[in-house]
Design a protein around this ligand. Structure first.
Ligand SMILES: *[C@@H]1O[C@H](CO)[C@@H](O)[C@H](O)[C@H]1NC(C)=O
Ligand SMILES: *[C@@H]1O[C@H](CO)[C@@H](O)[C@H](O)[C@H]1NC(C)=O
Ligand SMILES: *[C@@H]1O[C@H](CO)[C@@H](O)[C@H](O)[C@H]1NC(C)=O
Ligand SMILES: *[C@@H]1O[C@H](CO)[C@@H](O)[C@H](O)[C@H]1NC(C)=O
Length: 744
């Protein structure tokens, strides 16, 4: 637009110049104001119709001009210029003079007569001037048919008061006269002494009608006026009829359609005038031509662009000024420089902004694309494809894991705010998150991008998404777009069983029946994993810190990071050793053969934990009894079981139950996996033991209520108020294990 605007500005003046040149050329050739075929010039003087040099060329005798060796003569008067616009006729008029000799005798008296039928002298353009120091003169003529006369006299005894360049009244007097005088006569005479008194400096008197501004008086003129003739301006008109009278006559001459008839003031006859907007010779048919006002800035007052029309013109605002081509005077007032000055910054500004927008958009798109690519690569890297496949396989099942976006989880954790951290471990960090639907979730964010861990994550997702058990922590979804995979779980408020077993204060230890229920529920969950799920799942890392507790102490098994699906036809699985020392199946340690019984062994350790509250590994114990299982078994052998039981557990006649559970734990901890009961058997037995408790219902009920009331109170005030983190040092793993047990 900027370029086209400039081009337009270059083209327009060029066009104007060309057009003006064409118009000038046309005027030189076409605008001969003479009658067609008539000579239009005499000497330098143009002879327009109604004037003419020959009978065929002039309107009537009064316009007959003779060309005498290059000087046009009308009557006997030399003509210097003829105008058909102003109806002026510039002529050279004789100066009237009378001259005397020293003795006062008249030498010559030349009066001037000016007879030209159609012509009157213009009172606005001329003045009557008299020169002499003993002189008076008359100007006489006919005004509307009446004889009129005016005089001017000058008398001065010396040159002393004579002033140059001004007809002040001393030695020179001048006077105006009425309009419309014709057939004038100028008569000059001696005022008193026939110049005898002033002969030394003024022997003659002079009088003449002269065009204003064309004569400058000088004192020298009193000695002798060097001019025989002075310029004078005639007015002229056609005939002696008014327009109205003439219009009906056959010889009415204002015939051109663009010509109009005007009655001149103070004189007879009529004049033809081109209508406004036209120029040319109104006396010729087709003589009035449209004026291109746009060519001459004096003819139009357009501030911007001018458009010539027939007999008129219009102004308009070019597009580059307002863009809407509105008419001049309607706001198109800025000059091109200003407009350009305004426009250039605007254009540059706009284009700069546009460039900025485009480039930032491109940058954004690029970044976004990069981000998407990155996300995709993370997704792939994080096993998203496998997961998608896996998830799509089980499309039919009731609940499948949702795949969250990075943004959703950023929002849920308030950009992983410090205060949202509910657990830390070697594996990474667990954040408390709040989903848009106000659901509270736990978001597990891995610390490293170890490919092994990623496999575990995917594995866990696939497993958990298949599991729907009230004692298994529910996986809500995951996010694989992030650099590290993120898992979204249901939030389990009370944290790990480990915390409740191994807490320092004994006031809020879990009561026996709750422990028994937790054991039964955990066993049920593991049993379900081993048998009820579509593909048997070996947890491989059953431990108290992987058992979470709900508000009502419902157990929820978590952390399936090391879990493996075991095809039904395959009872054993050779794997790289995984699990936690102290819980690890000794058989598995030896053979590397993973079976469901490995989980049973680990569960046995948990039972012992529940019974004794002892550390799974303790360096306070002898080397043989360093692991809780060995310590427990040796204590049993030595029949000092009740020494190692948790304080306050044996209460209200639950010894039978405890004995049964001790017996069960013993069987779970058998060295040979084959000799251990299945998880299903364990679960059933624990249910049976719980029913034993029901027999002594009344006794237990009060204890239970009391205990739970106490627990609820302390859990809020002491341990789990707000977002306080509880971190436990796991000496064997030599790593920080998070209290909520999402880690290992
Ligand atoms: C006649 O008068 C016109 C306008 O006053 C002027 O342009 C032109 O030059 C004059 N012609 C002569 C020969 O003086
Ligand atoms: C003035 O008039 C005389 C005759 O009266 C004549 O001879 C002379 O040429 C005239 N001079 C002029 C300038 O007209
Ligand atoms: C007027 O001007 C002329 C020459 O231009 C000069 O000779 C003369 O003395 C001047 N007269 C007066 C009164 O100044
Ligand atoms: C110039 O503009 C005035 C109004 O500002 C208008 O009345 C007039 O007709 C215009 N004249 C010409 C010659 O354009």
């Amino acid at each position: 637009m900027g370029l086209s605007g400039k081009l337009l500005q270059i083209i327009v003046p060029a066009g104007v110049i060309i057009f003006a040149m064409a118009a000038a050329a046309a005027a030189a050739t076409a605008a001969t104001n003479a009658k067609p075929g008539c000579p239009n010039k005499c000497g330098d003087v143009e002879i327009p119709f109604p004037f003419g040099l020959t009978e065929a060329c002039y309107l009537d005798e009064s316009f007959n001009i003779t060309c005498d060796s290059g000087i046009p003569i009308i009557g006997n008067i030399p003509v210097t210029n003829i105008s058909i616009e102003t109806h002026e006729l510039h002529i050279l008029n004789l100066v009237a003079r009378d001259c005397y000799n020293r003795s006062g005798q008249l030498v010559s008296n030349n009066q001037s007569w000016l007879q030209a039928a159609e012509f009157t002298i213009s009172n606005t353009k001329n003045k009557f001037t008299v020169i002499g120091c003993d002189t008076y003169a008359y100007l006489s003529g006919y005004q509307n048919g009446e004889w009129y006369s005016i005089g001017c006299a000058s008398q001065c005894p010396s040159l002393r008061n004579v002033v140059n360049d001004s007809c002040s009244g001393v030695g020179c007097c001048e006077v105006g006269f009425p309009d419309g005088l014709k057939d004038i006569k100028v008569e000059v005479n001696s005022f008193s002494s026939n110049h005898s008194n002033v002969f030394n400096f003024n022997p003659c008197g002079y009088a003449f009608v002269v065009e204003k501004g064309e004569f400058n008086f000088s004192s020298n003129y009193l000695y002798d006026l060097p001019y025989k003739r002075v310029p004078l301006v005639f007015d002229w008109a056609v005939g002696n009829l008014t327009c109205e009278e003439a219009r009906n006559k056959s010889n009415f001459i204002c015939q051109d359609e663009n010509s109009e008839c005007i009655d001149p003031q103070h004189r007879e006859g009529y004049r033809c005038m081109c209508k406004q907007g036209y120029k040319g010779n109104p006396y010729l048919y087709g003589g009035c031509q449209d004026i291109d006002e746009c060519v001459d800035p004096n003819l139009n007052n357009c501030t911007k662009m001018c458009n010539n029309t027939e007999g008129n013109y219009t102004c308009y605002c070019p597009k580059e000024y307002h863009g809407d081509g509105r008419k001049d005077g309607e706001g198109c007032s800025a000059d091109p420089a200003t407009v350009l000055a305004i426009k250039i910054p605007i254009i540059t500004g706009v284009s700069f902004v546009a460039m900025l927008v485009v480039s930032s958009w491109m940058y954004f798109v690029h970044k976004k694309r990069k981000l998407i690519k990155l996300k995709e690569s993370f997704f792939r890297q994080n096993g998203g494809l496998i997961l998608e496949q896996q998830l799509s396989k089980q499309q039919g099942s009731r609940e499948t894991a949702k795949i969250f976006t990075v943004e959703e989880l950023n929002k849920a954790t308030n950009n992983y705010e410090e205060s949202r951290i509910i657990g830390r471990g070697g594996f990474g960090i667990v954040y408390k998150g709040i989903l848009p639907d106000k659901r509270i979730v736990a978001i597990k964010k891995s610390k490293t991008v170890d490919q092994n861990q990623i496999d575990q994550f995917v594995n866990e997702i696939v497993l958990l998404s298949q599991i729907n058990h009230r004692n298994v922590v529910k996986l809500l979804g995951c996010c694989l777009e992030a650099q590290v995979p993120l898992l979204v779980y249901e939030f389990v408020p009370k944290g790990t069983l480990f915390k409740y077993i191994h807490r320092e204060s004994s006031t809020s230890t879990i009561q026996w029946d709750t422990r028994l229920r937790i054991a039964a529920e955990t066993a049920d969950a593991l049993s379900y994993l081993h048998s009820a799920a579509s593909t048997p799942i070996i947890h491989r890392d059953v431990k108290s810190s992987n058992i979470l507790l709900d508000d009502d102490f419902t157990a929820k098994v978590s952390d399936f990071g090391t879990s493996r699906l075991v095809p039904r036809d395959q009872k054993e699985l050779a794997t790289v050793m995984q699990g936690t020392l102290g819980y690890l199946d000794p058989e598995y340690l030896q053979t590397n053969q993973l079976t469901e019984k490995s989980d049973v062994y680990s569960f046995g350790v948990i039972l012992v934990e529940l019974l004794t509250g002892g550390d799974v590994l303790s360096f306070n114990r002898s080397e043989k009894e360093r692991s809780l299982a060995m310590y427990f078994l040796s204590s049993l052998k030595e029949d000092r079981l009740f020494e190692i039981l948790e304080n306050g557990i044996v209460e209200g006649g639950n010894e039978e139950q405890i004995k049964e559970v001790v017996e069960l734990a013993k069987r779970c901890l058998r060295l040979k996996g084959d000799e251990r009961p299945t998880m299903k058997e364990v679960a059933m037995e624990l249910e049976g033991i719980r029913k034993m408790e029901a027999l002594s219902w009344v006794n237990v009920q009060s204890n239970l209520e009391e205990a739970e009331h106490l627990l609820g109170e302390t859990s809020h005030s002491n341990e789990y108020g707000g977002s306080r983190r509880t971190v436990v040092y796991d000496s064997m793993n030599d790593q920080v294990t998070l209290a909520l047990g999402y880690g290992r």
